[in-house]
Ligand binder design. Sequence first.
Ligand code: GNR
Ligand code: NI
Length: 174
Amino acid sequence: MTIRKILTEPDPFLRQKSSNVEEVNDEVRSLMDDMLETMYDAPGIGLAAIQIGIPKRIIVIDLSKKDEKKNPLYFVNPEILDKSNDDASYEEGCLSVPNQFAEISRPDTCTVKFLDYNGKEKILEAKGLLATCIQHEMDHLEGILFIDYLSKLKKSMIIKKLSKQKKTLERIVV
Ligand code: GNR
Ligand code: NI
């Protein structure tokens, strides 16, 4: 297993639409292992393949707390079958938008169909933080980031800040 580099905004790669996985084979499983390790290392509660530069419809999530047993969830080719009319709002962050947080409102529950680690089709009814996280990750598959839901001003301020940070980092490296 390898910890991969997480792409951060602004990076045109993050805006790419991911494509379906043809078959859940060992190569895909190995990618999911790397994604999970990268996510635990970050640390984060979810990761989409595009965040490590691979435009495939693959998501990993683990909502377990520090001292709890790990509970990795794998979603390949996820599809939302149903969403609740009621919204819930959570303070969201994103490993591709480092150190920025904002309250985002999304449907409170969702039903998602996907292939699991073994390529078996599953249906999951998610609520609360899991529902939020699934929707956040599925946005990544469409090239959408949580900052896209903020006002133009807030969004541009965040992108400006991140661009500056990147330029400073480049200067330090060079
Ligand atoms: O680590 C993460 N925390 C988080 C908190 C609230 C809503 C969504 C998330 S996902 C995020 C990791 C990430 O960037 N996944 O794409
Ligand atoms: Ni994210």
